[in-house]
Design a protein around this ligand. Structure first.
Ligand code: ZN
Length: 154
């Protein structure tokens, strides 16, 4: 495993659309391991492949309940709305209030290509939406309705 460089706001790669993963090989597994290590090292709750410069539909999330790996994730249901402060490893020092669904259901594939579904509420729902947005080149600052002082993140 190895740490990868986290791309920051202004880097064009963060604005690109990511390609669907079709080959579930060793190379993909190395990317996933590196992303998990990079996320954990940066104390993040999620990381999407474009944040390490790879334009593939790969997301890792850990909201404190263990790592979740999602390949080709898609939101298939969403419900409610919560506005809460949000931040991003690629946009250091910025916190903004972003409306997100209270609950989402996502379909994805695991690292072997096996399909599964996951439901998330609150923080997990927020993380799922935030990371899936990254795969379309969308950043939380695009959706923030208000920006806060970084110290008020809580
Ligand atoms: Zn982010």
């Amino acid at each position: 495993m190895a740490l990868r460089n986290i791309r920051e706001y202004g880097d064009e790669v963060l604005r690109k659309n990511c390609r669907k993963v079709k080959v579930f090989n060793e190379r993909l597994h190395t990317l996933i391991s590196d992303m998990l290590e990079t996320m954990s090292n940066a104390n993040g709750v999620g990381l999407a492949a474009p944040q390490v410069g790879i334009l593939k539909r790969v997301v890792v999330i850990d909201v404190g309940e263990g790592p979740i790996v999602l390949i080709n994730p898609e939101i298939i249901e969403s419900e409610g709305e919560i506005i809460k402060p949000e931040a991003c490893l690629s946009v250091p020092g910025i916190v903004g209030e972003v409306p997100r669904p209270r609950r989402v259901k996502v379909k994805a594939q695991d690292k072997w290509g096996k399909p599964f579904e996951i439901e998330g509420e609150e923080l997990l729902a927020r993380a799922l939406c935030h990371e899936i947005d990254h795969l379309e080149g969308v950043l939380f600052v695009d959706k923030a309705i208000k920006f806060l002082e970084p110290d008020s993140e809580g």
